[in-house]
Design a protein around this ligand. Structure first.
Ligand code: AMP
Length: 361
């Protein structure tokens, strides 16, 4: 979009990243008459099956970035480890939404925690560890047990260690190759929740119902809605989401992971993109997160987020995807397979959403 006008049907959205999120964004763009161009280094990327323009290239390849910009009215990203330099290159040619600031903050855990604290958002106690000399003071600040996390490139529990003693903390820091880390106080949460929210360029916000998320081996296994036992938390989560979106001057969909503790909600992590714990919205709501992201970054009005069904979303990991034929005969179940050719143990290969009539209907 070379102006503030909404992108008209026929327009093209650029996506950095060709994984399942890029694929589902591309699929959601089509009914709005919009097309996508995807840049990804992997020639077999799932999004390449369903986009209008495929660019195989690295995110640091300026020719690939310029080729992407040439196709598009707006560019977005489907994962937070895109180098900020790619956004800088693209932004001189085309709007990038969400913007550089949201990306830079959310790809660095200390920046993210500092941003949240400054915005008055409750987070677990945290402290920086840049070198071994910082370990003792960091543990003093956050207490034990603690979690040592690398500041960058952590996901699905990678790059983090639970420590119960100072010796374990030193060992963990070394084991993480002495990369810049943060120590976080271990939170005794009752459950993990998340809220997915969206914001347009003119500041209109929308949120969906909160979901409860169950992880196994640090990977999301299941999200369920509603969470009837968490009605006050839902209200609080909405307020937190709006504060975060405004403080970031955010455009698009954001995923906000929360710890529900006896002392209230804490924000664990922000994902500046559509989020796995929001996949259920695509099947159980008037407007799902993928369509909403496309609408928001294209300058369209947001769609209604009302939920018409209760839902349980379950990720299909590794060989679980082989059950597609029996899943196809399961009632009230929507199947989403990502078309990944390489089926590794634990890899997210697809998900299903089981829909149930709303409990209060
Ligand atoms: P993260 O990569 O920060 O999303 O962490 C992955 C998972 O580790 C979370 O979903 C939690 O289950 C757990 N976790 C992360 N940070 C903490 C913490 N400070 N206290 C307790 N559990 C945590």
């Amino acid at each position: 979009m070379k102006s503030n006008e909404p992108i008209a049907p026929g327009g093209v959205i650029g996506i950095l990243g060709g994984g399942q999120l890029g694929r589902m964004l591309s699929l959601a763009a089509a009914p709005l008459g919009l097309r996508t161009a995807v840049l990804c280094p992997d020639p077999n990327a799932p999004a390449f099956d369903v986009c209008a323009h495929r660019i195989v290239g690295d995110y640091t390849d300026v020719d690939a970035l310029d080729a992407l910009a040439a196709h598009c009215e707006v560019v977005t990203y489907e994962f937070e480890n895109v180098p900020v330099s790619a956004i800088d290159r693209l932004s001189t040619q085309v709007p990038v939404r969400p913007g550089r600031r949201a990306l830079a903050i959310t790809q660095e855990r200390f920046e993210e925690k500092s941003f949240l604290s400054a915005a008055g958002i409750p987070v677990a106690p945290y402290a920086c560890i840049d070198a071994e000399a910082d370990v003792s003071s960091a543990l003093k600040a956050v207490g034990l047990p603690a979690i040592i996390k690398t500041r960058r490139f952590g996901y699905d529990g990678k790059g983090q260690r639970l420590v119960r003693t100072a010796d374990e903390a030193f060992a963990a820091f070394r084991d993480l190759r002495s990369a810049p880390c943060i120590a976080e106080g271990f939170v005794k949460f009752d459950r993990e929740l998340s809220i997915i929210a969206a914001r347009t360029p003119d500041g209109t916000c929308a949120t969906w119902d909160i979901s409860e998320n169950i992880h196994e081996n640090h990977v999301l296994r299941r999200s369920r809605v509603p969470v009837p036992e968490a009605i006050p938390q839902a209200k609080h989560a909405q307020t937190l989401a709006q504060t975060i979106l405004q403080a970031l001057d955010y455009v698009g969909v954001i995923g906000i992971e929360l710890f529900d503790t006896p002392d209230g909600l804490l924000v664990n992590e922000l994902a500046p993109r559509v989020h796995n714990s929001g996949h259920w919205t695509a099947d159980a709501c008037v407007t799902g997160q993928f369509e909403q992201h496309v609408r928001a970054i294209s300058g369209w009005a947001l769609g209604e987020t009302t939920r018409h069904s209760d839902a349980i979303m379950t990720n299909l990991l590794g060989e679980e995807v082989d059950a597609w034929d029996s899943l196809a005969t399961t009632s009230r179940t929507k199947i989403h397979l990502y078309g990944k050719r390489d089926r590794r143990p634990g890899r997210k290969m697809g998900h299903i959403t089981r829909l149930l009539p709303p409990a209060n209907s």
